[in-house]
Design a protein around this ligand. Structure first.
Ligand code: GLC
Length: 736
């Protein structure tokens, strides 16, 4: 080979060699990484830049083989690593090696109010994603539970942005400690599934900044999220994926974020908006994000050939292009920890899933101490379709194929190997899974009539030591499922009547509600005990049995309010929800309730909910002493201390909540707002002093006219609470 060509080869390969060398180090410093990005930017051709900023397959985008930059692989979460799909299809590739650990849904993680557990969750699921060679796990979701009917409440972390934000931060940090990027979603205002691709959200700036953005802001500023997903809906008549106010002005401008915005799948609709609106990486174009598929030449993505043509004509700025490319390279490089391979389906991961699951279960009622169940039970009758229904599959994009799933019925049998455990269906819902899956399908069809099913259940409960009814929702369409909202706040399949009939025969019945959203419970007074049991993944039955038997003392607290009836809530008009089709094909949803979402609404209206935000019982009791403040006047920070005693007979954990209340607010404000929480474990008789620090910003309200946060002088109260409706101690302070 001639000398000059050797030199040329060396020059061309040099960056790749340099790149390879630096990739082998486990984690390179930000500075070194930025230098590498600069070096690569010098090398990239226009075609290579274009290739980097849009998908090449259903879940991957291209790298730059010539420079040794690997392609970028994404996959759904957030509850586990989605099974492999075919290259350009939604349908499963039917691999036999991608059955994962299925973790509890995120609304149940939020119900643990345990930041350490959220970190464990993120690290654990991140190890699985790393093992499956994914650079990006598409989660967590932190949209707000604005209506109990939203089909994806189960994937999100409740009605309060502070709880959602503070619980997502450790999940993100745990996940990213594996070199797997979080992709926090769906930024922003995607708080319903109804017509999610065609709904233009109208929300005032105060509600935007105080309710709908804070969890995302914490995720990027405290959590250090490496990517965010732009949502399907419109805001200010512009698709969010093209919305420079949300993506450029706020996210990258005000918040100074250096990560990459990945579009939701099919959320991009034009080149100009995608080019100039702050989007960095286009996925899933020409699909509906669920099952509609376009056999798609990826070159016809909006940021592919059409964008290249526009750039060559000088229609679009090189600066916007280079910013996208830099952010995508940064995302790629941040995930290139070369010496680490994660782990998959380990006993530790299933144990993590069980621990997280049992910690999120919320004890709502326990009349006469019917729970925990006695160990010497001889006959246990388990009722309800949800006792046997697989729930890991379903719900759409968060659906998983798991190595195994312990049903509630199996969990009871495993906990009582010597007892007679009788199962009766009691009701029949939809016996098959509806949705776009070709794995984990099941058919629970029971030939008996509804009448017969109930009669058989009533006959079975005679002489049982315990009767446990597993009901609730499921992951079918129009239940807890992406792409559609529920159309009824009450339980489906006539469960209200079935539960009432069975409770009439057995008033000591235990009702376990499996759902990811609030539901009506008109039978609350008829049953002895009620648990909110969520969807808990692979170890569902074991996690539920751990709590029912007292092996685990329940410590969950609700991340959202359960109103008695939907009408008690803030949504009063069709224009608020689901919105009105003012022009053909486009719905306008008006968030007229403003900041009064969840407990903020029920407090303001003084409407008593069935179960309050932050509520949850224990098998023990806790007493709170007097609250004391580090100062009577707010400086930069304030610490509230309160002694908490376990006054019962078993060890347990209490979530101490701190709400702040302005005494004579200058403007209309919520009665109180959550600004701190700490979970504390106490042996019987033990007292610990819990301290919660909050800073001046916690007192701020957003002044939309001035477009700034304002802390009003005046007097405030620090409310120390066991729930948003159970204030146990308070202390006053002033702001000068
Ligand atoms: C879906 C969902 C999003 C998911 C993505 C990929 O439509 O909205 O949460 O991560 O597309 O499946």
């Amino acid at each position: 080979m001639k000398k000059s060509s050797t030199l040329r080869v060396l020059l061309v390969c040099l960056p790749a060699l340099f790149l390879l060398a630096s990739c082998c180090s486990s984690v390179f410093s930000d500075e070194a990484m930025e230098k590498k990005i600069d070096a690569v930017m010098e090398q990239l051709t226009l075609d290579e830049k274009i290739a980097l900023i849009h998908a090449q397959s259903k879940f991957s985008s291209a790298g730059v083989p010539r420079l040794g930059i690997p392609e970028l692989w994404t996959d759904d979460g957030p509850h586990g690593v989605r099974p492999e799909t075919l290259w350009d299809q939604w349908t499963s590739a039917l691999w036999t090696s991608d059955s994962c650990t299925a973790y509890p849904v995120l609304s149940s993680l939020a119900a643990t109010w345990d930041k350490d557990l959220a970190r464990l969750y993120g690290r654990s699921v991140g190890e699985e994603a790393r093992y499956r060679k994914k650079n990006v796990l598409l989660g967590p979701g932190v949209n707000i539970c604005r209506t109990p009917l939203c089909g994806r409440n189960f994937e999100y972390m409740g009605e309060d942005p502070f709880l959602a934000g503070k619980m997502s931060v450790p999940y993100i940090q745990g996940l990213q400690s594996n070199g797997v990027a979080a992709c926090v979603k769906h930024y922003a205002l995607n708080d319903q599934e109804f017509e999610r691709h065609h709904t233009n959200v109208h929300v005032d700036d105060r509600a935007l900044y105080e309710i709908y953005l804070p969890a995302f802001k914490m995720a990027v500023q405290e959590g250090g999220a490496w990517s965010l997903m732009s949502s399907y809906n419109l805001y200010q008549n512009q698709y969010v994926s093209h919305n420079s106010r949300l993506l450029k002005d706020i996210l990258k401008g005000e918040w100074g974020w250096d990560g990459a915005v990945i579009s939701d799948w099919g959320a991009v609709h034009e080149t100009k908006g995608a080019a100039e609106g702050g989007l960095d990486l286009e996925f899933g174009s020409h699909t509906n994000g669920v099952d509609k598929n376009t056999a798609n030449a990826y070159d016809y993505y909006y940021l592919a050939l059409p964008y290249k043509a526009g750039l060559l004509e000088g229609k679009y700025s090189q600066e916007d292009l280079n910013d996208k490319v830099r952010r995508v390279l940064r995302l790629n490089f941040r995930t290139l920890k070369g010496d680490y391979n994660g782990s998959f389906c380990s006993p530790e991961h299933f144990a993590d899933s069980r621990k997280i699951g049992s910690s999120g279960i919320v004890l709502l009622k326990n009349a006469g101490g019917v729970l925990p169940m006695r160990a010497d039970a001889r006959k246990i009758v388990v009722l309800g379709e949800n006792a046997i229904r697989p729930m890991v599959v379903g719900g759409s994009s968060s659906s998983l194929k798991t190595k195994y799933e312990i049903s509630p019925l199996q969990g009871i049998k495993d906990a009582y190997p010597d007892a007679e455990v009788v199962y009766q269906r009691a009701y029949q819902g939809e016996p098959k899974l509806t949705g776009n899956y070709n794995y984990g399908l099941y058919d629970l069809t029971d030939p008996r009539s509804d009448k017969q099913l109930l009669a058989d259940a009533l006959a079975a409960v005679e002489g049982a030591d315990y009767v446990i009814f597993f009901g609730g929702l499921n992951k079918n369409k129009y239940q807890d499922c992406e792409g559609r909202d529920r159309t009824d706040y009450h339980l489906p399949y006539g469960q209200d009547g079935v539960i009432a009939a069975l409770a009439a025969a057995r008033p000591d019945m235990i009702y376990v509600n499996l759902s990811g959203s609030p539901v009506a419970m008109p039978f609350t007074d008829d049953v002895a005990a009620i648990l909110q049991g969520w969807y808990l993944g692979s170890e569902t039955g074991h996690a539920l049995a751990d709590v029912l038997t007292g092996k685990v003392n329940p410590s969950g607290k609700l991340p959202f309010t359960f109103p008695r009836e939907l009408a008690d809530g803030p949504i009063k008009t069709e224009r608020q929800y689901p919105g009105i089709e003012e022009t053909k094909g486009t719905w306008q949803a008006y968030y007229d309730e403003g900041i009064y979402v969840g407990y903020r609404w029920y407090d303001k209206q003084d409407v008593t909910p069935l179960w309050a935000f932050g509520y949850g019982l224990s098998y023990t009791t806790f007493e709170y002493g007097k609250a004391s403040l580090s100062s009577g006047t707010m400086g930069k920070q304030m610490t509230v201390k309160v002694p908490v005693t376990n006054t019962g007979t078993v060890a347990g954990a209490e979530v101490v909540q701190l709400y702040v209340s302005a005494c004579e607010p200058a403007v209309d404000r919520p009665v109180k707002e959550l600004k701190g929480f700490e979970k504390v474990w106490l042996e019987p008789g033990q007292t610990k002093t819990v301290s919660i620090t909050f800073d001046r910003d916690a007192l701020a309200r957003f002044d939309a006219d001035a477009h700034q946060w304002v802390v009003d002088a005046g007097s405030y109260k620090a409310l120390v609470a066991a729930s948003s409706r159970d204030i146990r101690a308070e202390a006053s302070f002033r702001v000068k």
